[in-house]
Design a protein around this ligand. Sequence first.
Ligand SMILES: [Zn+2]
Length: 170
Amino acid sequence: MTFMRNTRKCLVGKVFYDLTVLEYIGSKPATSTNPRKRPWYKCQCVCGKIIEICGKYLTCNHTKSCGCRKIIVADKQINSTLYKGTRPCLLKSTKVRGDNITQERNICLTRDGGFDVSMTIQGKRFRKYFVNINEAIIFRDNIKEKYAKPIIEEYYNNILPSPTCIKTIQ
Ligand SMILES: [Zn+2]
């Protein structure tokens, strides 16, 4: 009991990464599968969200935010992950290289004034020469629609970050 009271006292006002402990809200099981009662707290995340969380997850550094931090981390992972031999973030990107005169992704101006469409999806290389830039754009967009879009959708729909062990108060 002494331990419980001390834990209660020492956690209120403390900051655990993005979470500031506002108040002690009572004792209840940490998870639905573990009947042992633990102190719970109301915390505010740096993003402004108020959550209720079991103190255990704060003190063991398990939970560092309301879940928004996890989403940022997941986004970073998504951005560098190789999926089915390709990087979904690059397929999704519309950013054009600074030195690209055409200002169209995957389309380069050739020496004779034509346009080279060049892209690699899942190790498959697509390359075609066009005299007209509009035809080059149509070709590129068709390749994207047919080969890149299914991978992007599959990847982004299946990987959704899910914060655990916290309860969000609306
Ligand atoms: Zn947050």
